[in-house]
Design a protein. Structure first.
Length: 286
């Protein structure tokens, strides 16, 4: 029977890129690492590592073993996590989500949820596929669905945003300075019109205009420094915290619609309930 210590030692050597890294990770000497590797190679009758003073190179047998061990140790870790998680929930959670939310806040919500419930599998679908087969629907604006329960995710506020360097490059200090900017639209221009009507009584123009299919894409373009977009209090919370985007000017208006969280169907599913709790907690960080 193969020695688990030797297998773990080999896995750490491959994962850390060398004997020194594995020795540090396992808190043992380099000699102890070499001994375990030799012992494993003898038991398997295969060379696993090409000996070199400069770099670590796995043989084909070593690479194959490392890939299999990687999967095995991950399965073991998930199994142990499930014993200490607050729930042994497993199965699948199906989420239909509005594109802008899916491209901004949803990943951090899913990360927090999966860390708490490591046995769950999450599948995300476009909001256009929302029906009663979904466990949770996140919709911008109301989406009538039989048997739904819904909750408003805090009223959104609209405001202009861009990369920090663009604010200074274009010297934006007043609404009139937007004439030097490239406007990034998430629709046919209604969002910008709503903002600009609050900023100035006169008609304001942009140097150039680019139209995208939704707010998720326009905000991604803003993150890449393509121009100035209409940001929102929910969608841009992480960007504003990290400094990826900054607010421009002291203008904001309420969004025309709130976000709704919908749980289709009559029965309450525990995994969906826990996801909604996680969603609320993450959004409230904004």
């Amino acid at each position: 029977m193969l020695n688990l210590t030797a297998l773990n030692t080999f896995h750490e050597v491959a994962r850390n890129g060398g004997i020194a890294g594995a020795a540090s990770q396992l808190n043992v000497t380099d000699g102890a690492i070499r001994y375990q590797i030799r012992r494993l190679e003898e038991d398997l009758g295969e060379l696993l590592i090409v000996r070199s003073k400069r770099t670590l190179t796995l043989t084909s047998a070593g690479l194959s073993l490392f890939e299999r061990l990687n999967h095995a140790f991950q399965d073991m870790e998930r199994a142990c996590q499930s014993l200490t998680s607050t729930s042994g929930m497993d199965g699948e959670l199906n989420i239909a989500c509005a594109p802008a939310f899916a491209g901004s806040r949803l990943p951090s919500v899913i990360k927090a949820y999966c860390q708490q419930y490591p046995l769950m599998t999450v599948r995300v679908f476009p909001v256009g596929m929302a029906d009663d087969s979904m466990d949770v629907v996140i919709s911008y604006g109301e989406r009538p669905m039989p048997g739904m329960r819904e909750a408003i995710l805090r009223d959104e506020m609209y405001f202009p945003v861009c990369r920090p360097e663009l604010k200074y490059e274009w010297n934006i200090n007043s609404p009139d300075d937007l004439v030097h900017c490239i406007a990034l639209h998430a629709d046919q221009g209604a969002d910008w019109m709503r903002l600009l009507s609050m900023a100035s009584p006169k008609t304001l123009q942009f140097a150039q205009q680019i139209y995208f299919p939704n707010a998720g894409v326009s905000l991604q373009a803003a993150r890449r420094g393509c121009g100035v977009a209409v940001g929102t209090s929910i969608l841009c919370a992480d960007d504003l915290r990290s400094g990826t985007l900054v607010k421009l000017l002291d203008i904001e208006v309420p969004a025309p619609n709130p976000y709704f969280v919908i749980q289709p169907g009559q029965s309450e599913k525990e995994s969906a309930e826990r996801f909604v709790e996680t969603l609320w907690a993450e959004v409230e960080k904004a």
